[in-house]
Design a protein around this ligand. Structure first.
Ligand SMILES: [Zn+2]
Ligand SMILES: [Zn+2]
Length: 384
């Protein structure tokens, strides 16, 4: 019964997001803004407070918001100021944009489309941008898409960002919004003015990636796989049919295909000891390890350590590396950049340059998937 109710609730939420055509993104989520300012960039706005007060805003007049004793202090022009618990700055024309910066007049100025909601929540200023999903997706592609500019590459990125949005639209629902704007969800710094990205987003409007059961996939991507993508030695991806090892001939001459890092051998020995390695006796140990294809664990005798853990602990670019002892130092000879799961961005850029369509690019990196409109997605989670 409970599961059924939850399922109905879940369906309802997705339906409401898609049909309302709006997404709620918490902005500056990993910062603690204590004040902010907003100015109209385009369109027409009014400021609504929840006691029914509504004030129209003039172009060029900044609105100042500040936290004060768990309330939001609002100042508009020099004449209007008041305190409230929450407010919404609402766009009225459907094509509205505002400039926004937090904390100081010298902070980075960003541009957002749609509305801004501001709530005081136990002494924290929560800022929510309510906007059109396609505008949000173009903004994500600008931030996360890397330097690739070919249309088919940008389309592949837009489809993955959209897949992520709808798969995770309930991630922060309990807090009153869909997604946050940092890498916990997807990095988003406001609207995108790059016309190529906006065009690629609109040309794939509504398109997402589904697995063979019509469920939205986990649209993982990374900068460069080093010639071979990683399978699910990551807990969060285990058992998904669409994550398979792909030998990637496209990325191997790209900027992030190879890397090298050396550390003194005593530092490496100290690290291994800390990780539980206890060599028996005075026999010299060889630390060399060749990783020609991706493997999960580094091994010396019976001791093993996951490459993923070494990567995290030593801040390496990838977990795909060989270890070579050279005199008094240890050299990591690495391939790729990032976790290696799913789409390889630098490989995808090369595919786009060679004439592949975005559908071919996505299907090269994800096995057995369908690219279709989000309305064809089955909204049942695996854990239901
Ligand atoms: Zn988040
Ligand atoms: Zn690759």
């Amino acid at each position: 019964m409970y599961k059924k109710l939850f399922y109905i609730f879940f369906l309802f939420i997705l339906f409401s997001v898609i049909s309302s055509g709006q997404v709620r993104v918490r902005i500056f989520a990993n910062q603690k803004p204590s004040s902010a300012s907003l100015t109209i960039a385009e369109g027409k706005y009014e400021l609504d407070v929840y006691d029914g007060k509504s004030i129209s805003l003039n172009a060029g007049d900044p609105v100042f918001l500040a936290l004060y004793e768990n309330k939001i202090a609002v100042k508009i022009r020099s004449s209007v100021s008041f305190m409230c618990d929450s407010l919404i700055v609402k766009g009225l024309t459907g094509n509205d944009r505002f400039y926004f910066r937090i904390n100081s007049s010298t902070g980075e100025r960003r541009i957002y489309s749609g509305d801004l909601q501001c709530i005081s929540d136990l002494g924290v200023m929560v800022l929510i941008n309510v906007c059109d999903p396609e505008q949000y997706i173009a903004g994500v592609v600008r931030t996360e898409g890397g330097p690739g500019k070919r249309p088919e590459y940008l389309k592949s990125q837009a489809v993955l960002a959209r897949t992520f949005l709808y798969k995770h639209f309930d991630r922060h629902l309990i807090d009153g919004y869909n997604l946050c704007d940092n890498t916990h969800c997807q990095a988003y710094n406001g609207v995108c003015s790059d016309t190529l990205i906006v065009k690629a987003t609109l040309e794939t409007k509504g398109m997402v990636v589904l697995d063979r059961d019509s469920l939205l996939i986990i649209s993982a991507f990374h900068s460069n796989c080093g010639g071979e993508t990683s399978t699910s030695d990551f807990v969060w991806l285990s058992g998904h049919s669409y994550i398979k090892k792909v030998v990637d001939p496209y990325c191997i001459n790209s900027p992030n295909a190879a890397w090298r890092k050396s550390i003194p051998i005593n530092e490496w020995e100290k690290y291994l000891k800390k990780s539980g390695f206890a060599p028996a006796g005075p026999t010299p140990v060889s630390y060399n390890f060749s990783q020609l294809t991706r493997q999960n664990n580094y091994r010396i005798g019976s001791f093993s350590l996951p490459f993923g853990q070494i990567r995290n602990d030593l801040n390496l670019k990838s977990a795909f590396f060989s270890i070579v002892q050279e005199g008094n130092s240890i050299t990591f000879r690495g391939r790729g950049y990032g976790h290696g799961v799913g789409l390889c961005q630098e490989g995808a850029m090369v595919m786009a340059a060679r004439g592949f369509k975005y559908t071919d690019i996505i299907k090269f990196y994800y096995s057995d998937v369908i690219i279709t409109d989000v309305n064809n997605a089955k909204i049942v989670k695996n854990d239901l």
